[in-house]
Design a protein around this ligand. Structure first.
Ligand SMILES: [Mn+2]
Length: 424
């Protein structure tokens, strides 16, 4: 569904007066407001191709209707999000769910919507039809060399698809592991996984990065081949300079101090990518910022401080992506909420007075340090984020606009009620 620019302009005009009052107040209180605004404008978050349909659990899945039926329609949906917020300017493809049959035309379609291709994602956690070997007992860790080779070849094929689309990173998430004590020799499983990753690494183009994502448990429940950031760091250190650890917020054990993990990985130059979601219990894949927005802010505070310390560009230094599942919400509304939550946390982190914070730390002034952080966190930056949207030609209030235009109703009319997007 294409949104004409004048519809956005008219909508914004109706909301402009109210917005101006709010944003002028915030801007007057922020010393470096123009710099902050530009950074918010530049910050883009990739949308994965599997997040545009209804998600589900192993108990069931409830379709929303009007889901994209093919890759072209997925690109159109991300294009729609981007038109609304000018903050979702990239799409991350999952292979084999979204194999581009004609890379040139897919690339052109994405460009029409102002989108580029973010990291490509491989899949060795499911068996595909006509696949000779099963991944039931793992892929890159497998005791059988033939299975490992199949997984390696698949990843190299994913890189080729990415090259054709102009992507520059491969994300590897392995479901490999064991569900029962005694099932695996941990050292052999690690060595097999490392050797497999090395072969994929050898196939990476020079300007590419490889992201090794970790996860504490599920689908294996006793051990995982890449179970935590330490294990990912081991692999990426041994692989080389193009290999980085990827942090998915939902892939930790409860109460893990993710902000500290982020800080240390950045310090070592080994943080490469980020998957945003939120959770209360496990890998819940809920809307970003819906459960613990303060933790998200603390993570962004470390990201901003750590990237500045390394001289990394906030927008391009790391790979930013949403990795969530939308089981009961409209996926597009959920993604709008998630992008907004990310931008709010980012903007708040930009407001932290780092010099004063460092002074408080040097003086062991614990109270002051907390006050400085929470002063930024409790600032209502929503008008700043809206102003960034306004300046980049997006919609002041994307969710309101989405509902006013009856986008989902239109998509259902266009695509039908019983459409199912490929994915989990
Ligand atoms: Mn992920």
């Amino acid at each position: 569904m294409l949104i004409e620019k004048n519809i956005i302009q008219n909508f914004n005009a109706d909301h402009l007066q109210e917005h101006k009052q709010k944003v002028d107040f915030v801007i007057s209180a922020v010393p470096n407001a123009e710099d902050v605004l530009q950074k918010i404008i530049d910050f883009q978050i990739a949308i994965p191709s599997w997040a545009l349909g209804s998600g589900g659990t192993r108990f069931g899945r409830f379709s929303i209707g009007g889901e994209p039926r093919n890759l072209e329609e997925k690109i159109e949906d991300v294009g729609l999000l981007h038109a609304l917020n000018q903050s979702s300017g990239a799409i991350s493809l999952h292979i084999p769910w979204d194999i581009p049959e004609n890379a040139a035309s897919i690339k052109a379609l994405a460009a029409q919507h102002g989108l580029r291709f973010d990291a490509v994602n491989s899949n060795t956690f499911q068996d595909q039809q006509q696949q000779p070997h099963s991944y039931k007992f793992g892929s890159m860790q497998h005791v059988d060399k033939a299975v490992r080779k199949q997984a390696i070849d698949h990843n190299i094929e994913v890189i080729k698809h990415g090259v054709a689309l102009g992507s520059d990173a491969l994300t590897v998430w392995l479901a490999d592991g064991s569900s029962f004590p005694g099932q695996l020799n941990f050292r052999k499983a690690f060595q097999n996984t490392l050797e497999s990753l090395q072969e994929v690494y050898e196939a990476l183009p020079d300007n590419w990065k490889m992201f090794v994502e970790y996860k504490a448990y599920e689908p294996n429940f006793y051990s995982m081949a890449v179970g935590d950031w330490g294990q990912s760091y081991l692999y990426t250190s041994k692989l080389g300079a193009k290999a980085y650890t990827l942090v998915d917020l939902g892939h930790h054990l409860p109460n893990a101090n993710i902000e500290q993990i982020v800080s240390l990985l950045l310090m070592e130059g080994k943080l490469g990518g980020f998957h945003f979601n939120d959770s209360k219990y496990g890998d819940d894949d809920l809307t970003v910022g819906s459960i613990n927005p303060y933790q998200l802010f603390l993570i962004f505070n470390e990201l901003v401080e750590g990237m500045d310390a390394k001289g990394l560009d906030h927008a391009t230094g790391l790979g930013w992506m949403i990795d969530a599942s939308h089981n009961i919400k409209d996926p597009l509304e959920d993604l709008l909420q998630s992008v907004e939550a990310i931008k709010i946390a980012y903007a708040q982190a930009l407001l932290v007075d780092t010099k004063k914070l460092e002074m408080a730390r040097e003086n062991n002034d614990v109270v002051k340090a907390q006050e400085i952080l929470q002063d930024a966190y409790r600032t209502d930056v929503r008008p700043l984020v809206a102003e960034a949207r306004l300046r980049s030609g997006a919609v002041l209030e994307p969710l309101q606009f989405f509902r006013k235009l009856k986008v989902r109703e239109n998509l259902v009319k266009e695509r039908g009620v019983k459409t199912v997007a490929t994915g989990l």
